[in-house]
Design a protein around this ligand. Sequence first.
Ligand code: SF4
Ligand code: SF4
Length: 408
Amino acid sequence: MATAIEACVHCGFCLPACPTYLELGEEMDSPRGRIFLMKEVLEGSLTTDAAAPYVDRCLGCLGCVTACPSGVEYDALITLYRARAERTRKRGIASRVLRAMLLRTLPYPFRFRWALRFSMWFRPLLRWMPGRFGALTQLVPQQIPSAVVLPECMTAQGPQRGRVAMLSGCAQQVLAPEINMATMRVLAVNGIEVVVPPEQVCCGALAAHTGAMQDARRMAEKNIEVFPHDVDAVITNAAGCGSGLKEYPMWLRGESRAASEFSTRALDVSEYLCDIGIKDPPAWEGTLRVAYHDACHLVHGQQVRNSPREILRRIPGVQLVEIPESDLCCGSAGTYSLEQPELANSLGERKAKAILSTEPDVVVMGNIGCMTQVDVHLRNLASSLRVRHTVELLDAAYRGTLGEIKGG
Ligand code: SF4
Ligand code: SF4
């Protein structure tokens, strides 16, 4: 932590990249301000609780990491700081209950599905609840898709070009299970065998980014143990999870060689597909205006900016349009929309308006958290614009169903 803090030269280049600074205009709600606060806490001049409101408002979007010319590792700093601060901070009862609830349900698809069902039944009551609990209503979907049991292996179509293992994620399995199936089909069409280790668990990112580092380490160790070693890559299709897998060496304090090897093999599906070179989808006579939103944990967390765009450009009929402030956080950020509902709403609305300004037929991104947040705020603006994952569009192109995406 000390190295990251010392690397900051207070230049302020990161300020315009920080969503909370843009929204609130306060130095202490900027990356530079937060680095100063964390330094004060570590030196004992400030209490954890005094710094907490400002540190809690940080989305962990890592826009500041991309913007920083001095290479300040804010990602490691905020994760390690939150883990350390959690040991001493005093939380109110509502905060403790919500945190325990999220950590005990979200990473477990079966529990999460039941928690959503429960919330759907009690939606009218939730609406009247104050603050964070009331914010849950926005995120509870109108309906929950049927559960999809993923095959443990999908064989390659045609000559085999590679073999990968896929992380199936937790919340995504419940909210949009078709993304995993689309990922497997797209890889298989491109000659890749896909295995899905049945013993895998949540990547641990949710726990790590809320300071529950013990939980995060336990999940990382389990995944390192159960994923096969004889694969070309460990594929993720949720930006937050991919970024989490790449942080395993940091979570495990760099002691584990297995963690480094595992994280080196972790790749976002778009990155992997571009590396191997994708098969051309069949011709399509229609046109589709596609707006692409950069998920923070792809563009800032993993520096994956071009691969999804390259894939989309390969799809016949696609006209790719850029969203203003495309790499500014949408306000989803894991559990942020529950913990900081006002800021999350304001960023969500800003993002939805920016997307609609491009007048697309569909908006595409690579992270389930962003997809949920953007969908909520598009609906709040009375828009029926569809939100899709990058691999869903490619899958539709291979299957000849792009017309359905355009037509709804
Ligand atoms: S851009 Fe980097 S060095 Fe400059 S203030 Fe921000 S974190 Fe510090
Ligand atoms: S991670 Fe995002 S919200 Fe947090 S300080 Fe950096 S830019 Fe601001």
